[in-house]
Design a protein around this ligand. Structure first.
Ligand code: ADP
Ligand code: MG
Length: 323
């Protein structure tokens, strides 16, 4: 029988590159550079809600780190440290080893030191807290948008939702389409480089975890604005366009969760900057509309018609059957 302490020593104790004291004592010691603010965020993943219980533990590990690191990107912060609190039904060493490999791989990919945590027995539950740095006053909040700003989204939202439908057997996906949708769902790539580059450019920003419209609504509420989206400008990924069901494709793009793309606003004077950034990062950036006076989200179609869209995203305590 492997003890809690064996698990910690063998699987959760990793080399660090910028930490004074990491796993092994009652607390970790971090040095925040002068002139920087510490940015802190926590995200929890629960079996059956955030991942399928039989998922590859390495993917679960990656995602546990990635969704946390994505919150640092959304603040325009440099992610630096992470802790992991986990409850495990039993000390299944193979599961833990693979989980820890995935978690550590994501940390390493973004130069984040894994500095501590807590390990206990209980229903499978994973909770990480990430710490990042941003120069004082330079974080990009949800509240800084104003009417006239452009609205942008990175990447191709909707792939993760399609991947989940494929895993649940609700949709046929094969070949490269299946591969790219499952990668988006299981191995999300936090947009750290983009977030950092937007520090001096974006007026408001967040990461899309609960669906583009629902998360846009958070910016609108905090910034006191409405939004006008252009249907023709929405980044409909080729695999979404090819899925043969226009309504499902639109739902995945606008309401699908789990993409971890960045949704942000910029003054319209920044369009060239954004184009150059997209080229530099080899990451599509789509200008999907603009902030307007008032409230709510309106979609403008090519034929000139307009449709009001409900900005509700996934809500764990929302009514069943809601968006
Ligand atoms: P304490 O009893 O003082 O709370 P623990 O026995 O829980 O300490 O943990 C011992 C050390 O192992 C601590 O440094 C803690 O941060 C680390 N640790 C425990 N669980 C994890 C984990 N899941 N990932 C990383 N470090 C962990
Ligand atoms: Mg202690």
């Amino acid at each position: 029988m492997t003890s809690e302490f064996d698990l910690i020593r063998q699987h959760f104790t990793r080399a660090t590159t910028h930490t004074d004291l990491a796993v092994g004592d009652d607390g970790a010691l971090l040095r925040v550079a002068p002139g920087m603010q510490l940015v802190v965020s926590t995200d929890m993943l629960v079996a059956g809600t955030h991942f399928l219980p039989d998922a590859d533990p390495a993917d679960i590990g990656w995602k546990t780190a990635a969704v946390n690191i994505s919150d640092m990107a959304a603040m325009a912060a440099q992610p630096r440290w992470i802790t992991l609190a986990l409850a495990l039904p039993a000390a299944e060493v193979d599961w833990v080893a693979r989980f820890a490999e995935g978690f550590a791989a994501c940390c390493a990919a973004f130069n984040v030191d894994w500095i501590g945590g807590d390990t206990t027995r209980g229903p499978l539950n994973l909770c990480a807290t990430v710490f990042g740095e941003v120069p004082v006053g330079r974080a990009v909040l949800r509240s800084g948008g104003s009417a006239g700003d452009d609205i942008w989204v990175s990447g191709q939202p909707g792939l993760a939702a399609l991947g989940l439908q494929a895993l649940l057997g609700q949709r046929e996906l094969a070949g490269e389409a299946r591969t790219s949708c499952l990668a988006a769902l299981l191995r999300p790539q936090p947009r750290v480089a983009l977030g950092l580059a937007l520090r001096s450019v974006a007026t408001a920003m967040l990461d899309v975890s609960d669906g583009l419209l629902g998360d846009l609504q958070h910016i609108l509420e905090r910034s006191g604005c409405g939004a006008q989206l252009e249907e023709v400008a929405l980044p409909l990924a080729p695999v979404l366009a090819a899925c043969g069901d226009a309504q499902a494709a639109r739902d995945a793009l606008l309401r699908g969760g789990d993409d971890y793309e960045l949704l942000f606003c910029t003054p319209s004077t920044q369009r060239d900057t954004l184009q150059a950034l997209s080229d530099k990062l080899a990451l599509p950036l789509s200008r999907i509309g603009c902030l307007v006076e008032g409230e709510g989200i309106v979609l403008c179609r090519q034929d000139g018609s307009r449709e009001a869209l409900a900005g509700r995203g996934y809500d764990h305590f929302g009514k069943p059957g809601g968006n």
